[in-house]
Design a protein around this ligand. Structure first.
Ligand SMILES: [Zn+2]
Length: 274
């Protein structure tokens, strides 16, 4: 079904004689966190006594003249917050709107917000884009809308779309965002029930795979570690298995969104990967 959708999109451009729209990808800085007890990311307790600094990353996709954000990072209210190296914490240095401003892009130009899942460090600045359509896994949308909301799901951070006037697009399975195979939300449940990763095929033909929170750092990805707070262990392992096979088969560059060492896999802002 996915292959059919991808093929029909590609064929539509071939039939019209038009070149497919150019696709570019920017990495935005959406904050920093310090995790004082790394074992929260391992239900087999692989990291006793260890702490680690993680990054929070968001991404801007340009498809022709259309813009999509992938994840919206930590809340803007954390700008300049202090991080305690003993107890942990989170902060941002620049908002998404400020970074878009450096690219000459206004918030109203963001047509789509895709979120990997509902955790606070991925939906934090969504409300800066109330006119955008929210693309989110249907099971995550259901968890946000439940009474009470699921653990870790804060509907207040998405109030424009949860019970508000914003347009949301619940995603079941995979979703070919622009109907041409260039950007695809990949169904990878486990961390949360409706978690998604993202495939971006750039104009150059290079393929980037963004993990969402399928893994939080490189060793955790390599060892298929499962965080203690995931919604479902079996789903997490199945999703990691699928994601790694996709990465191999597409010869993709895998970017773990919270891994500081993966920032350099994309050009440094304000440069885009093309
Ligand atoms: Zn996260």
């Amino acid at each position: 079904m996915i292959a059919g959708t991808v093929l029909s999109g590609v064929c539509a451009y071939a039939a019209s004689g038009q070149a497919p729209p150019e696709v570019k990808l920017w990495r935005l800085d959406c904050g920093t966190t310090y995790i004082a007890d790394l074992n929260i990311f391992s239900d087999t307790r692989a990291y006793p006594g260890q702490g680690k600094a993680l990054t929070a990353s968001c991404y801007l996709v340009k498809h022709g003249d259309r813009y999509m954000l992938w994840d919206t990072g930590l809340p803007a209210s954390m700008k300049g917050a202090k991080i305690d190296q003993k107890t942990g914490g989170a902060m941002i240095t620049k908002t998404i709107v400020e970074q878009l401003g450096e690219l000459g892009i206004k918030p109203e130009q963001i047509e789509l917000i895709g979120v990997s899942h509902y955790h606070y460090d991925h939906v934090g600045q969504a409300e800066s884009f109330p006119g955008a359509t929210l693309m989110i896994g249907k099971r995550d949308l259901d968890a946000l809308s439940a009474t009470p909301p699921a653990f870790g799901a804060n509907p207040a951070a998405l109030k424009t779309w949860i019970g508000g006037p914003g347009k949301s697009m619940p995603v079941t399975g995979d979703r070919d965002v622009f109907s041409d195979g260039s950007v695809t939300m990949i169904d990878t449940p486990g961390h949360t029930p409706g978690h998604h990763a993202l495939i971006v095929r750039l104009g150059s033909g290079k393929t980037i795979l963004l993990t969402g929170d399928l893994a939080h750092f490189q060793e955790n990805y390599a060892s298929s570690g499962v965080p203690t707070f995931n919604a479902n262990r079996a789903d997490t392992l199945a999703s990691l298995d699928r994601f790694k096979a996709l990465a191999r088969n597409l010869k993709a560059t895998v970017i773990i969104q919270h891994e500081p060492a993966d920032i350099a896999k994309l050009p440094a802002f304000p440069k885009a990967a093309e």
